[in-house]
Ligand binder design. Sequence first.
Ligand code: ADP
Ligand code: MG
Length: 260
Amino acid sequence: MSAAVSYERVREHLSALSMEAALDALDVVLENGQKQECTTVEVIDELFTRERDERFQRRIRTNLRLSGIATPKTLEAFDFTAQSQVSKKTIDELATLRFLHQGENLLFLGPPGVGKSHLAVGLALKAIEAGHRVYFLTLHDLISKSRAARSKNRLNSFIHTLIRPDLLVIDEVGYLPLEQHDATLIFEAVSKRYEKLKPIILTSNKTYASWGDFFPDPVLATALLDRLLHHATTISIRGESYRLRHRRLAGITPEIHPPK
Ligand code: ADP
Ligand code: MG
């Protein structure tokens, strides 16, 4: 077979196999290979590497789109000097994603504005960049979605969306009281993830002792915490809200609106 015919066949194969990145790179890879006197296997390796890299990047883009993360706050943008309660070393260690591979939960606890959601999102982005599937939602969203799913008889499929991702992030736990069926659903999702060693990152303004206040059933609250905390790291952040601190340092007094 002549070189020209082989070349055309390779193009056809790549196209038929939907290897778009390899097809696009074919001429450059062949040319570089010739210039650098590469072996055939090196040229093949380079072609497949390009295809794999592009597929990986595509997967990351899709996973980010499906993750539910609306504001992608990064760990790099987190100012550790402004938050003495959080050690950079601890977050750097978490950013290695060992917790994810070991199925360890992370709980960020503390008052509003101290950076709990920022850190949770930052770690979720690290997981996405490493190719993992992540689902991020507030507890409020989780409950409205579960109610909508229940009314359409699609609750099982919704529970599945909570169990399937490699990492589930539930933000803002404790802001609103739960009803019994919401609590049961959360317990089911947490238990299934616990059995599968799939981690959860959770942020809450409540201490564990007060979980009984927004959980309708204290026995369920205890059983849930039992599973959540079995393999878990808790990061308690106290202190001032980041935004309020900035305003204070800038000499801007916060506007206080009287309750309506
Ligand atoms: P929380 O979830 O604890 O209520 P957030 O993570 O939503 O707080 O933080 C409130 C805002 O302040 C966000 O815009 C966040 O990016 C920012 N923020 C909080 N802490 C820091 C920090 N240490 N460095 C940079 N930005 C921060
Ligand atoms: Mg938050």
